[in-house]
Structures are given as structure tokens and as C-alpha cells.
Design a protein. Structure first.
Length: 199
């Protein structure tokens, strides 16, 4: 007779092929006995299950699916503190805009990590939109301006970041009926809210 503790119970269920059984009973001294085989001390069938090879058990999923490039973490934190914009929102915008590609260039001419249009870059003080630090600081400064302009309404802020504040105003301070913007807003906010729940 061989007693089993919790790790033994797991092994009994996970090792080998076929069925696994766990029997229970009391020893002569009154202690609980758990065994993979029935004997004089463990006579009651406690558990029976099909054995699953350990190699087939899936590992736990990591909490964060993709890592943020370390080179940009300090810039995002700096921008978050300087402009009072949640770092999770900055990261969400970067992820959707460029997927952290500092050389991203859109068909419309938006540049860098936060896809700054030349007019927006000039308006908010970026001398070089291709510089990751300047790009993140300027994009975050624009986010702060939009948050103030739209009374901290994140849906309108994110919509305006994509379509421009004039388009949001012309839509009656609602998300403009542009297919790109209607997809963009929930995507950014989903990433942002998920990150907020993890912090």
C-alpha cells in the first residue's frame, strides 16, 4: 500500500494511459490513507477518472499577450506624467496606430508611433515626428488637449484623435459615421480598459 498526497493524486490522474483510481480509508492509528490501489486500509473508491498525459496539459496563458518594447516605456511614462494622460491610453493608441513601429507611415502622411499628421505635429510642437520620444510626447499632448476639449469623454477623445476634432463637432459631438473611426474607437478603448483592469 502506498499513501498519496495532493501531488500524488495529480500524478495518479495525469500519468500513463487508461483509468486512474484513488481509494481512501483509515489506518490502524486512525489516519486518513489515500492510495492508487485498493488494500486493507484503503477500500473505498474515492475518485475515478481517465488519465491525461501531462504533456497534453496546456500551460497557463500569460496575463499580457504581447510585451511593449522596453525602449518606449520611459517615454510613455514621461508623457503620462507631463500631460496627465493614462499611460494605458497612450499604449492603446500606439498599439492600434502603429503597433509600436517608429517608422510607420500612413497613406495620408501620418508618421511614427502615434501616427502624427504633419499639421498636428507642428501644432503641438514636434520638430521631428520620426523621433520616438518627440512622437509620443506630442501625441500625448494632443490627447490631453482633446480630453480637455471634450470634457474627459474618452470615446469622443479617441474618435477625434482618429478623425479630427472638427469631424466630432460636426457630428454633433458624437462619433463620426466614418467606417474607420467606428472600428477604431472600440478597438482602442478595449485595449485601454483591459490594461486598466490588469493594473
Amino acid at each position: 500500500m502506498r499513501p498519496w498526497l495532493s501531488c500524488g493524486l495529480l500524478c495518479a490522474l495525469a500519468c500513463g494511459q487508461g483509468q486512474a483510481q484513488v481509494y481512501s480509508g483509515l489506518s490502524a492509528s486512525g489516519s486518513l490513507v489515500l492510495s492508487s490501489n485498493p488494500d486493507e486500509a484503503a477500500t473505498t473508491l474515492l475518485l475515478e477518472a481517465e488519465k491525461v498525459p501531462l504533456a497534453t496539459l496546456a500551460p497557463a496563458e500569460p496575463v499580457v499577450a504581447s510585451a511593449v518594447p522596453a525602449a518606449y516605456l520611459a517615454f510613455v511614462q514621461e508623457a503620462s506624467l507631463a500631460y496627465r494622460v493614462p499611460s494605458e491610453l497612450i499604449h492603446a493608441v500606439i498599439q492600434v496606430e502603429s503597433n509600436y513601429n517608429p517608422r510607420a507611415l500612413s497613406a495620408k502622411g501620418a508618421r511614427g508611433l502615434m501616427q502624427l499628421m504633419p499639421a498636428t505635429a507642428q501644432r503641438f510642437g514636434a520638430a521631428n515626428s520620426w523621433d520616438p520620444r518627440q512622437n509620443i510626447l506630442t501625441g500625448s499632448k494632443y490627447l490631453r488637449w482633446l480630453m480637455d476639449y471634450f470634457g474627459e469623454d474618452l470615446e469622443l477623445t479617441v474618435a477625434a484623435y482618429n478623425a479630427g476634432e472638427a469631424a466630432v463637432v460636426q457630428a454633433g459631438r458624437r462619433i463620426p459615421r466614418f467606417a474607420e473611426t467606428e472600428k477604431y474607437v472600440p478597438k482602442v478603448l478595449s485595449i485601454y480598459r483591459k490594461a486598466r483592469r490588469l493594473t
